[in-house]
Design a protein around this ligand. Sequence first.
Ligand SMILES: [Zn+2]
Ligand SMILES: [Zn+2]
Length: 310
Amino acid sequence: MYADTVIDVAISSNKTHKSRGCLRRTRRIVNAQTPEEGRRLFFCSKWVICGVILASLLVINLFNVPNTSTNSQTLHLFLHCLFIFQIYSHWKQVRRLQPLFNDGVWIDNPPRGWEFCSICHTHRPPRSHHCPLCDSCILKRNHHCHFTGVCIGLGNQRNFVFFILWIILACCYGLLLCAPLLSKNYIPLELSWRLLFGYFLPPFYIFMPLLGYSSWSGSFIMITVASQFAALLFSSALLQHQTKLILNNQTDYDHRKKNLSYSKGTLFNLRLIFGPHLSLAFLSIFIPRLNVRSRERDCIYGRPQYTKIM
Ligand SMILES: [Zn+2]
Ligand SMILES: [Zn+2]
């Protein structure tokens, strides 16, 4: 039961280690283990997402939209606004609903299943774990998300899933519009060495215009398409993993230990995260939650009187 605490202590005792060299520093930022490194990684990740979105918008608006009818232009404008609004609003909600357990108290006789966190010096409810990047215990902790800069757990998992879902939809829309431009603006789709280097080896994207095989705008489109494709693959894998966890009412920790004891049927598990309006929930953050968080909370703390301690 105390294995995570031991790992957390080991990680926090490693904080004083100073890195040297650019490569080592980058590696340390990617494997962030302190709040400061976590903030740096979040800052980088945030601008990567913004960069991909801005580049996609630029390519779509420069090469696709001007060639379409007025009606299609209006549709594209509507879709642009919809994707940006949905991604931003769910991203904001994930951050707003960060499941910190920061109002815990030292209890002489803690309820059954509560563990002591040696870093926060409080007892924490079952399924909570300490996050070294948030520097706090997290309720029903899944993992720390570097793209939102907070932990995913009790209450914000639903918005995290919708955040990924809207990114996947936006990537599909972007790929459908940007990929057909490659043959005309970058390298023609015919069997050749240029095609092999130009399409499948990312370092060569930037060299193709220098070698005279493509225009700079073609290279820019290729980088945008490759980023969208990478984002699509990464988000799809993440969504598949999150769906599996939600269907079994598991956290990442439960999943690793193959613990299925919290599962109470697929429909119950789904409603626990998404609320009663399952089919409508992903459309907007304004679909009522109907105490999703308090229902989850009751399931975590067991009997309701334990919630009064908080
Ligand atoms: Zn803690
Ligand atoms: Zn965290």
